[in-house]
Write a protein that binds this ligand. Structure first.
Ligand code: PEP
Length: 236
């Protein structure tokens, strides 16, 4: 069971270091744990978690090795920092920052080329689900990622229905399972569920046969909720 905490734009370097030092003392029930701080806090997190099994990943990565790309960070730069990998194609990037299937694919390819693991996010909006387009949207998004990563090693998909992210509206375990099974029929890699996962719903989600873990936003920002969510998921 892999549980990744997406901190979004929370926790600067000082807070991240203190949080990671505290994480070292917690019981995660045997889950594989990844934390994803903002770029500026990655080095602090890597240092604070050195010698532990807890991995650190970035929230994005650019496709070029270097160049005139103001505000971007490349895969070799992340690798040099000692991070394990990167989230790619989060719905907040797709919706707020113009990320497309094409740019997601380029980021996936670059990360894999530079020995970074990838958590690639897919998921339908409320309107797309209402219009009966969920499978078509997931197919388009997953196929773009699959084409960029034919070897599939070090690739994990996160199914994050956009209507469930940060809204408190979690997909039912059955609905999530259906989407995960569809994704795995297209691309057989581990699939995490994301969207308002909390300690209270983690066990039921993790009990589904095609749910291999979770990508957690809000509940990953607080120590006890994150650790108890992991223990709940591991116990399933
Ligand atoms: C996320 O940011 O990937 C996420 C799933 O957020 P939340 O858990 O807060 O819905």
């Amino acid at each position: 069971m892999l549980i990744a905490g997406n901190w979004k734009m929370y926790k600067g370097p000082v807070e991240a270091a203190a949080f990671c030092r505290a994480l070292r003392e917690l019981d995660f029930g045997g889950c594989d744990v990844v934390v994803c701080p903002p770029f500026v806090s990655l080095a602090a997190a890597v240092a604070a978690l050195a010698g532990t099994e807890i991995a650190v990943a970035a929230q994005n990565v650019h496709w070029a090795t270097e160049g005139a790309f103001t505000g971007e960070v490349s895969a070799p730069m992340l690798h040099e920092l000692g991070v394990y990998g990167a989230i790619v194609g989060h719905s907040e990037r797709r919706q707020l920052f113009g990320e497309t299937d094409e740019t997601v694919a380029r980021r996936v390819r670059a990360a894999l080329d530079h020995h970074l693991g990838v958590i690639a996010c897919v998921g339908e909006t409320d309107a797309e689900r209402e219009a009966g387009e969920t499978e078509a949207v997931l197919t388009r998004q997953v196929e773009a990622i699959a084409a960029a990563a034919p070897e599939r090693d070090e690739l994990v998909i996160a199914y994050e229905p956009v209507w469930a992210i940060g809204t408190g509206k979690t997909a039912t375990p059955e609905l999530a399972q259906e989407a995960h099974a569809w994704i795995k029929s297209l691309l057989p890699v581990p699939v995490l569920y994301g969207g308002s996962v909390k300690p209270e719903n983690a066990a039921a989600l993790a009990a589904q046969p095609d749910i291999d873990g979770a990508l957690v936003g809000g509940a990953s920002l607080e120590l006890e909720s994150f650790a108890s969510l992991c223990r709940e998921a591991a116990g399933a």
